[in-house]
Ligand binder design. Structure first.
Ligand code: ADP
Ligand code: ASP
Ligand code: MG
Length: 405
């Protein structure tokens, strides 16, 4: 008898037929005698719809109340999934994140899981139930409802698999696994049989939304092996696990395009110690994640000045703009300009550690496509560039063709 955690994303529970389909899959595992914990997302479009309602009232809704609102999406799906299992004659019980013992910090809309007390889940499993847990949500130690950031049901599933010491963790989605690029952008993308945590981390950080970034961080830290596979067929998916030596032979494992970033440039920042610290401290205190940062010092025309550009997640742009506007006098920059028309394009692969010239080849391909590079950042196993959003998809296809075929 195995203990299995199965997560079903928004499309996989997008209507009642899909939910019945999930129930039939779960039933198959139960018939083999396995214990199953099911983690579900809100039905596709529901989280976006709820956010839209709140923003119709005010552009920056209170974050505690946003969590109250968003948590209702997953709560609908757990109950419907339990009802679907009951109708197949299975014992099943649904739990909110709080009821499942998922305890988080206090950062509303982006909370981090602090610990999981799975005693109730174990009790319900031992009583013969399928346990259905609402993804994307938890509670603070004093009982406030929190959410775990967009795509956070992946994290709920992986953290539960870790806490329950599950034998298997399966992430069911609307594609057959992790591909060399988003198959919706690159039709020739190939499904990977396996990928290392580090590569999956970099791809998630680079905008491949197939897995939430934090969920992969968690899996790596606690060594939770998981499989990404389709809820619509029985094809084997992609195993995400620790790196093996054979993985090094591939230079570029995948290409990612992140359309969800925005760029802010501060022109004419006085080039003195402490200015960058002041700016990025204020953003961090408001839980705005900053990704790329580029600074260009210029000594032309008297006192030293610098232009400072950085990227943030698009949904945080409004908040970031407000913070930056509030710092104008104190920091003394001349002007702040924000744009949402950027894409972050990345190539990822552990093989880059042992191969030279990868960045040069990437820049050649982009030059050939007449794509201007706005910002560059690298890690040991990734090269990312910021480019014009309008050219993002064509550039993704060109890089895929050049590096992967
Ligand atoms: P779910 O609702 O199941 O969590 P998501 O929409 O969050 O599903 O993630 C699945 C989507 O991720 C796919 O439909 C696909 O378009 C996109 N995607 C982006 N990059 C990749 C990739 N490298 N491999 C597979 N899918 C990808
Ligand atoms: N429903 C949440 C979202 O849309 C969480 C998830 O789907 O994983 O972001
Ligand atoms: Mg997702």
């Amino acid at each position: 008898m195995a203990l299995i955690v199965q997560k079903f994303g928004g499309t996989s529970v997008g209507n009642t037929d899909r939910i019945k389909n999930v129930a039939r899959r779960v039933a198959r595992y139960r018939e083999q005698g396995d214990q199953v914990v099911v983690v579900v997302s809100a039905m596709s479009g529901v989280t976006d719809g709820l956010l839209k309602l709140a923003r119709e009232i005010t552009p920056l809704p209170d974050e505690r109340e946003t969590d109250m609102l968003l948590a209702t999406g997953e709560q609908q799906t757990i109950a419907l999934t339990a009802i679907a299992l009951h109708s197949l004659g299975l014992k099943a019980v649904s739990f909110t994140g709080a009821q499942a013992g998922i305890v988080t910090d206090l950062v509303h809309t982006k909370a981090r899981i602090q610990n999981i007390s799975p005693a109730e889940v174990h009790r319900a499993l031992d009583a013969g139930n399928v346990v259905i847990v609402a993804g994307f949500q938890g509670r603070t130690p004093d009982g406030q409802i929190t959410t775990l950031g967009r795509g956070g049901s992946d994290l709920s599933a992986i953290a539960l698999a870790g806490a329950l010491k599950a034998d298997l963790c399966q992430i069911y989605t609307d594609v057959d696994g992790v591909y060399t690029a988003d198959p919706r952008i690159v039709p020739t993308a190939r499904k990977l049989a396996e990928i290392s945590y580090d590569e999956m981390l970099e791809m998630a950080g680079a905008g491949s939304k197939v897995m939430q970034l934090r969920s992969v961080e968690f899996a790596k830290k606690f060594n939770v092996v998981f499989e990404v596979r389709s809820s619509l067929n029985d094809n084997p998916g992609t195993i995400v696990k620790e790196e093996s030596t054979s993985m090094e032979s591939v230079v570029v494992r995948g290409v990612s395009l992140d359309k969800n970033q925005a760029k802010i440039t501060l022109f004419g920042v006085p080039d003195r110690p402490g200015r960058a610290a002041r700016i990025f401290r204020a953003l961090a205190d408001a839980s705005v994640n900053v990704d790329m940062i580029v600074q260009n010092a210029s000594h032309a025309g008297g006192s030293p000045m610098t232009d400072l550009s950085f990227t943030v997640d698009k949904p945080d742009l409004l908040k970031a703009n407000q913070i930056i506007a509030g710092l104008k006098t104190e920091v003394g920059f001349r002007e702040a300009v924000a744009t949402e028309n950027i894409g972050k394009l990345s190539i990822v692969g552990v093989g880059m550690r042992s191969h030279a010239g990868v960045a040069a080849k990437m820049f050649d391909v982009l030059a050939h496509e007449d794509v201007n590079i706005d910002m560059i950042s690298t890690s040991e196993i990734k090269v990312s560039v910021v480019i014009d959003l309008a050219k993002g998809e064509a550039a993704t296809r060109a890089l895929h063709q050049a590096f992967i075929g």
